[in-house]
Write a protein that binds this ligand. Structure first.
Ligand SMILES: [Zn+2]
Length: 282
């Protein structure tokens, strides 16, 4: 993945001054101070304090003007490049790419994260692989189910159904790191937050997700007797296979058959109409 466009975007949108500009601020006052020293020496000869007073006023105005300037320190391209090189950046999968607003696509970058959620009791829950996307301008990271995830809400208890991640206790740290362009540290904080269950920030509970994944996908019957792996599951999709009961499977098959039949008859009618239109003499 080419990181240069991202580096440039970050530089372009980071307000602040570089080191050269910072140093020029103090230098701008140096001339004024030199003049004051010169006038102090002259004072012994002519006793005139008027010029000295004026020089102090000019220095004071200059200092005030500089103090009002933006004090944020802008990042260096080399620094950002080094930070981004620490992250296993990757292009998003097709279905995630489609979810990203068109004018946001060139502004973000991300990586794949296989999430092993550490529960407070020491258990580790495999939640599947996610694509995590950072937008350099703002906000919390976005997290998308990618492979072998639970088909349940956002697939991760710290992620809202829209995909935005709740950083919980790490929020302040995350914001500070973003302001100082510590991208590699942000990567660590995001991964650690995804891998550590925080009872104060989850959008849903792990136990209800488990109950759901062990019940019929359609009717929710937890009866283990006639449940089978859902044959209509898409192995190329982001989710792991769910279960379905015989009754619901039968109903879904019948509905699929009816829909197919209806579709075929509609297509047939269309063709008849089209033929009549093309050959009005018939
Ligand atoms: Zn069912």
């Amino acid at each position: 993945m080419d990181i240069e466009p991202i580096v440039q975007k970050i530089i372009d949108t980071s307000p602040g001054a570089d080191l050269v500009e910072m140093k020029s601020r103090s230098k701008a006052l140096a001339a004024g101070l030199r003049k004051i020293r010169m006038l102090e020496r002259q004072l012994e000869q002519d006793g005139d304090t008027e010029a000295l007073h004026r020089a102090w006023n000019i220095l004071c105005t200059g200092a005030n003007r500089l103090a009002d300037k933006h004090w944020k320190f802008s990042p260096s391209p080399d620094g950002i490049r080094a930070e981004l090189n620490e992250i296993p950046l990757a292009e998003p999968p097709e279905h995630v790419y489609e979810q990203i607003r068109e004018d946001d696509r060139d502004k973000c970058f991300g990586w794949y994260h296989h999430c092993r959620l550490n529960m407070p009791d020491g258990e580790v829950v495999d939640l599947g692989t996610f694509y995590v996307r950072l937008d350099h301008r703002y906000h919390s990271p976005r997290v998308y189910a990618h492979k072998n995830c639970y088909d349940y809400h956002s697939s991760h208890p710290h992620v809202a159904s829209g995909g935005s991640m709740c950083m919980g206790d790490a929020e302040m740290l995350y914001r500070r790191l973003r302001d100082t362009n510590d991208w590699a540290a942000m990567y660590d904080v995001v991964c650690a937050t995804l891998d550590t269950f925080n009872p104060s920030s989850p959008y849903w509970r792990i136990d209800s997700m488990r109950r759901d994944s062990e019940a019929c996908r359609v009717c929710g019957t937890p009866d283990t007797m006639d449940l089978m792996p859902d044959p209509m599951w898409d192995p190329n999709g982001p989710y792991r296979q769910r279960l379905i009961c015989e009754v619901c499977l039968d109903r879904e098959r019948r509905r699929a058959f009816r829909d197919a039949l209806r579709e075929a008859s509609r297509e047939h009618n269309n063709q008849v109409r089209r033929r009549r239109y093309d050959n009005p003499q018939d």
